[in-house]
Design a protein around this ligand. Structure first.
Ligand SMILES: [Zn+2]
Length: 367
């Protein structure tokens, strides 16, 4: 796999611009060096791994843990299944900062390949279980099991509906199918289910599962309420807005509505938590960040409503309004998903009507 060309394989970052004013960074903009760990709190360590594209890194977390066989560590997220990432882990575990450390469990916040790309490899190597929510687990297993080669006709209809031209559709067909299966190591056949509100005892400390939706089916965050620490995964990021996409698997879904609901749910958590995100720096200012994301997405919806009030638009027509940056062919799929998520939200709110003309979806202002 070429690292540089595969940014589209990491569906985490939105193209929607966002403000990060008002946040503070307890560690500044410093993180662990490659193949090093950095202590965030007692018994809690940070590892940073390279991912392709503008995100550059994913943050993984090691929590001191123990099981029947003795002390070890729980790993939250694994990085991608890329040779450099596997080399980083090998260096850490063999003679590095994690020399002799045994993993007691791997916790996957959600099913994106930068988070669980090496989950199967890690669980195999350490003989430990994988813990995920059922929504994430089933989605990952479903995508990994979908082994056909040709792009299914539903996908092509979806692209056509979104307004892709013949050239873009041909490019999509040429990329083939089953990409997910090829970019993660095989997942174990069984898993331990994580449930919203559940409390995990990890190394004698209580970590509560807080689920969210919109970015992925049933994303798990981990809250240490006693120490005020939230491992937020991709549900909440400091600098970028998480990618919220409408996709072919649930074309009548409302991921942006789900996402906005999750922002409100997270706002019930204390404002002074230290937030450990999957991408970017550790930060404080939880409520400030949640308010900014909520406001920005709603502003974007308002702008889009005006735009489709001028004339009916397709998903691809809305990129300029939503993203304020050029969308090249390699980003077309993700941009389409995000644009459709916003248009679908307007439709659910009764502010837009979708007309289908020759298989193409045109959105106009309601009323
Ligand atoms: Zn993600």
């Amino acid at each position: 796999m070429k690292i540089s060309a595969d940014a589209a394989l990491v569906p985490d970052a939105s193209f929607v611009p966002t403000s990060h004013r008002g946040l503070t960074y307890p560690f500044g903009h410093v993180g662990p060096e490659p193949q090093q760990t950095m202590q965030v709190a007692e018994g809690l360590h940070w590892v940073r791994l390279v991912v392709p594209g503008p995100l550059r890194h994913i943050n993984c977390w090691l929590i001191d843990d123990e099981d029947a066989t003795g002390p070890g560590a729980a790993l939250v997220d694994t990085g991608m299944n890329l040779a450099p990432t596997r080399d980083d882990w090998k260096a850490l575990f063999r003679g590095g900062a994690l020399d002799g450390v045994r993993l007691t469990r791997v916790i996957g916040t959600h099913m994106h390949p930068d988070h669980i790309g090496l989950a199967g490899w890690m669980c195999d190597h350490h003989g430990c279980p994988l813990e995920m929510t059922r929504g994430e687990w089933l989605t990952a297993r479903m995508l990994a099991a979908d082994a056909r080669d040709a792009v299914p006709h539903e996908m092509i209809s979806f692209w056509r509906g979104a307004g892709w031209d013949a050239e873009a559709i041909e490019r999509g067909k040429a990329r083939g199918w089953s990409g997910f299966r090829r970019i993660i190591t095989p997942l174990p056949l069984g898993y331990r289910r994580l449930v919203d509100g559940q409390v995990l005892m990890i190394g004698g400390r209580r970590w509560q599962i807080v689920t969210g939706n919109g970015h992925s089916p049933e994303h798990a965050c981990l809250l240490d309420a006693e120490r005020g620490i939230l491992i937020s995964g991709d549900q909440l990021l400091p600098r970028i807005s998480s990618n919220i996409s409408l996709g072919v698997t649930e074309p009548e879904g409302d991921p942006l509505g789900d996402w906005l609901d999750s922002l409100a749910k997270l706002k019930q958590l204390p404002a002074d938590l230290t937030v450990l995100p999957s991408h970017g720096d550790v930060f404080t200012g939880l409520h400030v960040r949640l308010d900014a994301l909520d406001r920005e997405h709603r502003d974007r919806l308002d702008e889009l409503e005006v735009f489709i009030g001028e004339a009916p638009r397709r998903s691809v027509d809305c990129f300029g309004r939503l993203f304020r940056r050029a969308i090249g062919p390699e980003l077309l799929g993700m941009a389409t998903g995000e644009s459709l998520a916003h248009l679908r939200r307007l439709e659910v709110e009764g502010r837009a009507v979708k007309d289908v003309v020759d298989g193409v979806w045109w959105y106009r202002k309601a009323g």
